[in-house]
Ligand binder design. Structure first.
Ligand SMILES: *Cc1c(COP(=O)(O)O)cnc(C)c1O
Length: 361
């Protein structure tokens, strides 16, 4: 606010954190959280917009290879993005979309069955697009193995990491993931509508000819203000930026990332594993209750979330929690998502949840 008052438009180039480069203040912290080079990360737009931008770059359907593999029941916005992109290319989602579901009446997807489905459609899949973590079950997928399977058939591997970034440390560069997108208002705590992020592997990000939808903020700064014809992308992920950086919006993210830097994602994860396991342990002390934990019990397949499936009264139990000041989330049919986020939830909070659940059942 002070820089804006004192410098006005001069704040783009002057002041402590010039706005022209403001998004770059966020990339080194994110690099540690997602396991990528700074050049592979940019912060811009919000998640679904970024998903569309990545689809425009990485989904290149041909006559034979045009299918997209997703999870059945993916987050609705992701489903809408894919459906509308397919229609944009004149394709019929009923034909071009492969939706993978858990086997039989299981709730979770096996990595092996994802890989088998990729192999079965080796000649037709152009893009494997999964949520890194299923928002409903809390299952975290093996991104490295899925990426390898996609690459083995000549397809692109992209992930929606809305529930992963800031929750589970990952190694996107090392795992050779092609692209990923995320929002900053879940585990990154940057506030409602916070600016989202894009990761593009350096083999694509470093190539200014990688196709994309362009705008002046993705153009080389050296020529941006010459106002000349001819888009020249920046040779890194910020070559996907389109419009002027929303500086006010980014301030919340910057403040949050400073806390991540101070704590360290590995320490956050360590506490998280204990916190979620403690929650699981307490829930197992309630055998008389008719609910099932549908999140995997292996720690490497989950983050700071347990999804509890109540055969009945799920909604009523959720409402009781809210009345008692415990924020949980309800999804039909009967699932309460409990997320002891390690940066601000304590072991006592988890215990209090257990006591409240026990009392009100
Ligand atoms: C939260 C979430 C979104 C939200 O997208 P916005 O465009 O930021 O509203 C999309 N996909 C998944 C998987 C999510 O969890």
């Amino acid at each position: 606010m002070n820089a804006w008052r004192d410098l006005a438009i001069g704040g783009y180039f002057g002041g402590k954190n010039p706005w022209l480069f403001y998004h770059e203040l966020l990339t080194s912290s994110l690099a540690k959280i997602i396991g990528a080079n700074m050049e592979e990360i940019t912060v811009t737009n919000t998640l679904t917009v970024n998903l569309h931008l990545m689809l425009m770059s990485f989904y290149k359907p041909t006559k034979d290879r045009y299918k997209i593999l997703m999870e059945a029941g993916a987050f609705p916005s992701d489903q809408y993005a894919v459906e509308t992109i397919l229609k944009h290319f004149g394709l019929d989602p009923a034909d071009a979309l492969i939706e993978i579901s858990p086997l039989g009446d299981e709730k979770l997807l096996h990595t092996d069955s994802i890989i088998a489905t990729i192999a079965e459609n080796a000649n037709s899949i152009a893009l494997v697009l999964l949520g890194g973590m299923n928002y409903y079950t809390g299952q975290f997928y093996n991104l490295e193995k899925i990426t390898q399977a996609a690459h083995a058939i000549g397809a692109i591997a992209g992930f929606d990491l809305a529930h992963v970034v800031g929750n589970i440390p990952i190694e996107l560069h090392q795992w050779k993931v092609d692209f990923a997108v995320w929002c900053s208002y879940k585990y990154l705590n940057a506030g409602p509508g916070a600016v989202g992020g894009i990761y593009v592997h350096e083999k694509w990000a470093g190539n200014i000819d990688t196709p994309r939808l362009g705008g002046w903020w993705g153009n080389d700064e050296k020529t941006r203000f010459k106002m000349e014809k001819g888009f020249i992308a920046k040779p890194n992920a910020s070559g996907w930026n389109i419009s002027t950086t929303p500086v006010f919006n980014m301030i919340g993210l910057k403040a949050s990332l400073e806390i991540f830097d101070e704590a360290g994602i590995l320490a956050i994860r360590k506490k998280s594993i204990h916190l979620t396991s403690y929650l699981e342990y307490l829930l197992h002390q309630l055998p008389q209750l008719s609910f099932e934990i549908i999140t995997p019990n292996a720690v490497e397949e989950r983050g700071a979330q347990l999804s509890l499936y109540f055969k009945e009264n799920g909604r009523a139990i959720h409402d009781k929690m809210l009345e008692n000041g415990i924020i949980v989330d309800y999804r039909e049919p009967g699932v309460i998502r409990v997320a002891p986020a390690p940066l601000y939830c304590s072991f006592m909070d988890v215990y209090q949840f257990y006591v409240t659940l026990k009392e009100h059942f």
